[in-house]
Design a binder for this molecule. Structure first.
Ligand code: NAD
Length: 287
């Protein structure tokens, strides 16, 4: 039987509606909307599209949004100074620096991202937020893996006691996904480029998350019949053609549920960012 297709649009819409409602409540209570500042350095066309999408989502949901465009040749010091200003601005509750950074400052990426105050770090990349995720304290969690968990919940796919396998161990997706699944009482294995007998491990998964960055990497023989397959991969194989990490056509015949690419997890990431901005304001107002 063909798998249930988990449409990102449906779940992203729910997450956005929820963020919009909470934003309205916060405006009412504090006389101020949640505020996001996005810093973009340089003219990277893909980054400009991402930043525009984030700004548009904010506008739709009553979240105030400021886009700070800095010239391509900006120095590390100039960027850090902008972050310091935003850290001290009480109308701004979330800050993010759009990646990638131009080459003269790319080597300082960690130092730059770590300058964002942890309570305003709506990407959830700051070591303080990573530590909170690992120890189970309240904090801001990276948007993509958090969105995957919310989608699984909304789709009614249980996690407690299930076998979950994550392929990929990046700081942005794989590792936080591991901690989120563990926190929900799944038994989790993380696989990566050095994993031996990968297919043997993935075939045990009730929930299989692919975050690799290789088109059609996960094939039908790697999937347990009835598993939920979450494809985080976004691979641009032609100027207008995106592909996931999962061989969708084949795997959908084996899986119980599957996310498409495009139209799957990607849409949840911006929706979760909106949720994080609202959550950041709530936490700052209660501090
Ligand atoms: P990354 O390059 O940092 O990590 C890739 C991971 O895949 C690594 O940990 C590596 O060990 C693993 N890997 C590589 N080859 C492998 C192999 N042969 N077998 C097993 N594991 C292997 O990438 P990332 O930032 O985690 O992103 C992964 C994918 O997810 C990319 O396609 C990226 O574009 C996409 N992504 C999507 C969203 C979204 O919003 N949907 C967000 C972030 C990343």
């Amino acid at each position: 039987m063909a798998a249930r297709i988990l449409e990102g649009k449906v779940y992203a819409q729910k997450l956005k509606e929820d963020a919009g409602k909470k934003a309205a409540e916060l405006r009412e209570k504090y006389g101020m909307a949640p505020g996001l500042a996005v810093i973009i350095v340089g003219e990277n066309p893909a980054s400009q599209v991402y930043v525009r999408n984030k700004h548009k989502s904010c506008e739709e949901l009553g979240i105030s949004s400021e886009v700070i465009s800095m010239p391509e040749e900006s120095t590390k010091e100039e960027l850090l100074a902008r972050i310091d200003d935003l850290n001290g601005d009480t109308k701004i509750h979330g800050i993010l620096v759009q990646l990638p950074l131009p080459k003269q400052i790319a080597a300082y990426e960690a130092e730059i991202l770590n300058r964002i105050a942890p309570e305003k770090d709506v990407d959830g990349f700051h070591p303080v937020n990573v530590g909170r995720l690992v120890t189970g304290e309240a904090g801001l969690v990276p948007c993509t893996p958090a969105g995957c968990i919310r989608m699984l919940d909304m789709a009614g796919i249980p996690l407690d006691g299930k076998r979950a396998v994550v392929i990929g161990r990046s700081n942005i997706v794989g590792k936080p996904m591991f901690h989120l699944l563990l926190a929900r009482h799944a038994t989790v294995t993380v696989c990566h480029s050095h994993t031996a007998n990968l297919a043997e491990i993935t075939r045990e998964a009730d929930i299989l998350v692919a975050a690799i960055g290789k088109p059609n990497f996960v094939t039908a023989d790697m999937v347990k019949p009835g598993a939920a397959v979450i494809d985080v991969g976004i691979n641009r194989i032609a100027p207008k053609k995106l592909m996931g990490d999962v061989d969708f056509e084949q795997v959908k015949e084996v899986a119980g549920a599957i996310t498409p690419v495009p139209g799957g997890v990607g849409l949840l990431t911006v929706a979760m960012l909106m949720q994080n901005v609202v959550k950041a304001m709530e936490m700052q107002m209660q501090a």
